[in-house]
Design a protein. Sequence first.
Length: 404
Amino acid sequence: MKKTITLVFILIFVLITGCVKTPVKKDTLQKDVQNNNKVAAEQVKGKDTFKEKQVEIELQPPPAEIKPAEPIPTYTENRAFSDILGFSEYVVGPLDVLTMTFWKGTTPEIVPILVRPDGKISFSFLEDVPVAGLTPTQIDNLITERLSAFVKKPRIDVVVKDYNSKKVSLFGAINRLQTGISGPGIYPITGRVTMLDLILVAGGHSEQADLTKVELTRKGKIYSLNLYNALFQGESSQNILVEAGDRIVVPELSQYQEGKLPDRKIFVLGEVRAPGLYRFKKTIHVVEAISMAGGTTIHAVEDDTKVLRGDEKRRVVLASNIKKFLKELDMSQNIALEDGDVVFVPKSTISNVSDFFNKISPILSGLLYPGLYRDIYTTGGGLRFDTGPPTKSSQPTSVPQVTP
């Protein structure tokens, strides 16, 4: 009995304990609420941000389309072939030479005929037959039809012997072969001929050729073609058909072009380690010229460097602040030099340009006009070296004065 009562009390205690809520601290509850609110706010903010980004992406303008290269026009009157009969055949023009074969039984009678400047020919019983603009097959049919009025069932063969009416000019980096006609020159167009066909017939491009920048001049307008892509990547749009009157230039690669440029010279004087005359081919600037001369000395006033340009009649001076260029990268101070320029790096600041010109004038005269300098400063003019009696001259010799 006691055991039963004890079990009943334990069961009632468990039930009462399970129904009572565990007390929660007020601070902990507030923190949980704040955290839940913060997470919800971030989620809402993330949705808004996503919407903003989506709107921004939608509002961005589309990328600019790359304009295709300007198509190269073709002119019917300059085409050297025709497909009117279903196959490509040369179109005859003035000054072409045709070979006419007239069969008499089994005996051929071969006659060369020149197409006159008016585009007409005369053959056998026929006079002034217009053939310019026709193919050999069309001429054959035309002559056969007209001869039928004089000869029973005439047999005629027409072929082109000399192609003189349609020609193209080819210049630049083209190989010269030991045999045959090759290299740059004027070539006849013999039918359907592409750019690569023409170059191959002329001997092929040289090792120095830049096939990516081939220049075509047609009807006075210049176009650029990439024959490298046509040759090695099969891009047929670049390998166009040539037409009468075309001018094609295959340039050399830049590294080979520089070697063929004429020598230009400049003088670098003043506070440099190796003053003197320096030669160059491609365009150089003041800093490069000074570097060629070994750089400046410790006494150089780099911010007052001068560039003298012009001839004895009119010479101008350009100021170049090398220090400003080196420290602040002011590109305007690094002047591009021309043939005959004189770069002068002073030891002290040049305050009076006119006085500077008067002092440097004899030096410039000796550098630029050595013959005149020799005539004045020898015993012929009366000074240093005994070179014999003076030469007779109708006009007195004078040193040209340089003025700013």
